[in-house]
Design a protein around this ligand. Structure first.
Ligand code: SAM
Length: 457
């Protein structure tokens, strides 16, 4: 019977024995795959001739494993064969593995083969060749690699940018983990763009916001949908500038419906999250996740009523029980680990997310209704975002503060907040007695734009 132990014994005890075993099982792809997968490290002087035959096997799984095992030998004599496979195999995974196997040889002789593979039409093969060549970085390969900065594929461009063109930022501001005191626990009653313009670059750690809906409520009147999207783009461009390197923006929106003006017209639905997405990508946000906020059906507007009566196709209008939380990160060549390492041990420990966290991207949370503000965040939604995307003492921002749910929750969770809210009624509401107990007035400053300007030194 074929077992891993049996294959291991054969491999170490008798040269040529594995070749004979392969010969016995040559018609059974499953067995061949098992043998090749079980080989592990190959001993010196391993008789690998059977592997060469398997590189033309009809099964791409077998060919892939044959190439992988040839790679383990790191033998210069196989370069020609591997190069041939990298150009001619009809399976892209096998072609990539062949380049990887050439790279594993790690000797000067492989350079021209890897440079040639940079011209491959499959970006995965190109990335593999780059990986192999980076071993020789600073040693005669840089010029070839730098040429790829304008490569058609974005992954290739990103790797090359990071390796050769990214300049180390000088953080003349403050350390990554810190934020300015004049921004901590402050609500400004003003237009968010006007306020943000007063802020230094890289001032905040996290933004979570729900922008005004396009003309769906009285606080959001825009001349056109295009003007609305461009307004949001201007807001998120400023948010991008004031966000610290590699930190997050989470935008809560959903498609909205503008009711028809009469029975002879139809209503119009605007896919806000999908339309704002390209603007965000363009301005340097990296897309990370789409989280769906799922509400109970009884809590949303009934759209299905008409269909329930007539049941006519095409006029199906399901109840919208979802909103999106689109998660973006400010683009950087630095890994998330870099961000985390900026914090001290104690802060990381204290910020660790407790048991009971959400494991999927569907968050079932009841909506929240408020007598004064018509579209408030549920506290639970803010809680999750703040806990999953910020550390203790970070500065979290909501450009469209509304009733201030994000600020209050941030404070409860040991973070600092900064909010802007244009509407005086909502600003006064945040200041009002009802909110006071949660906001803890002693520490929260409610400022006009002019007052805020005075605090900036
Ligand atoms: C959807 S609500 C946000 C509600 C908030 N998430 C909450 O929990 O209460 C959007 C808010 O943005 C405010 N707003 C609209 N345009 C603004 C602007 N240019 N600057 C600042 N706030 C603005 C509106 O007055 C409204 O309160």
């Amino acid at each position: 019977m074929l077992t891993k132990e049996y294959i291991k014994d054969l491999k170490t005890n008798g040269n040529g024995a594995i070749g004979k075993l392969v010969e016995q099982h040559k018609t059974n792809i499953g067995s061949l795959v098992f043998i090749l997968e079980s080989l592990g490290q190959l001993p010196k002087n391993f008789d690998s001739s059977f592997l060469l035959d398997l590189t033309t096997h009809k099964s791409s799984d077998v060919r892939l494993l044959a190439v992988k095992n040839i790679g383990k030998l790191s033998d210069e004599q196989n370069i020609q064969l591997l190069s041939y496979i990298s150009k001619h195999d009809n399976d892209t995974t096998v072609r990539r593995e062949a380049i990887s196997s050439i790279g594993r040889i790690r000797k000067e002789i492989v350079k021209p083969y890897l440079v040639e593979a940079l011209k491959d039409e499959d970006p995965k093969v190109v990335c593999q060749a780059i990986r192999g060549l980076l071993v020789f970085k600073g040693n005669g390969v840089d010029e070839e690699l730098k040429k790829l900065i304008n490569h058609e594929n974005e992954m290739v461009r990103t790797v090359i940018y990071k390796e050769f063109f990214a300049t180390q930022k000088t953080h003349k501001n403050q350390p990554h983990t810190e934020s300015y005191d004049y921004l901590k626990n402050v609500v400004v009653n003003a237009d968010t763009i006007e306020t943000m313009k007063l802020l230094e670059d890289e001032s905040i750690h996290l933004t979570f916001t729900s922008p005004p809906y396009y003309n769906a409520r009285d606080y959001s009147i825009y001349p056109s949908y295009k003007a609305y999207l461009e307004f949001l783009a201007d807001v998120f461009k400023e948010v991008h500038r004031i966000t610290k390197e590699g930190r997050f923006l989470i935008v809560n929106t959903s498609p909205i419906i503008i009711p028809r003006i009469s029975r002879s017209h139809s209503s119009k639905r605007y896919p806000i999250p999908f339309d704002i997405h390209p603007y965000l990508m363009e301005m340097g946000w990296e897309f990370i996740d789409d989280i769906v906020w799922l509400k109970p059906e009884a809590s949303v507007k009934n759209r299905i009523g008409g269909f329930m009566q007539h049941r006519k196709p095409l006029a199906y209008k399901p109840n919208s029980v979802t909103e999106y939380l689109m998660v973006y990160r400010k683009s950087t060549e630095k890994l998330l680990d870099w961000n985390i390492r900026e914090y001290d041990y104690k802060t990381v420990e204290e910020s660790k997310v407790a048991d009971g966290y959400e494991t999927s991207n569907v968050w079932k949370i009841d909506p929240c209704f408020d007598k004064v503000h018509s579209a408030v965040f549920p506290v639970e939604l803010c809680k999750r975002v703040i806990q999953y995307y910020s550390f203790k003492n970070d500065l979290v921002f909501d450009p469209f503060g509304g009733s201030g749910t994000m600020g209050k929750t941030a404070k409860k969770l040991g973070r600092n907040f900064f909010l802007t809210e244009k509407d005086e009624t909502y600003f006064e509401y945040m200041k009002s007695k009802k909110s006071k107990e949660i906001f803890d007035e002693r520490e929260t400053k409610f400022l006009t734009l002019n007052e805020f300007k005075q605090t900036i030194k």
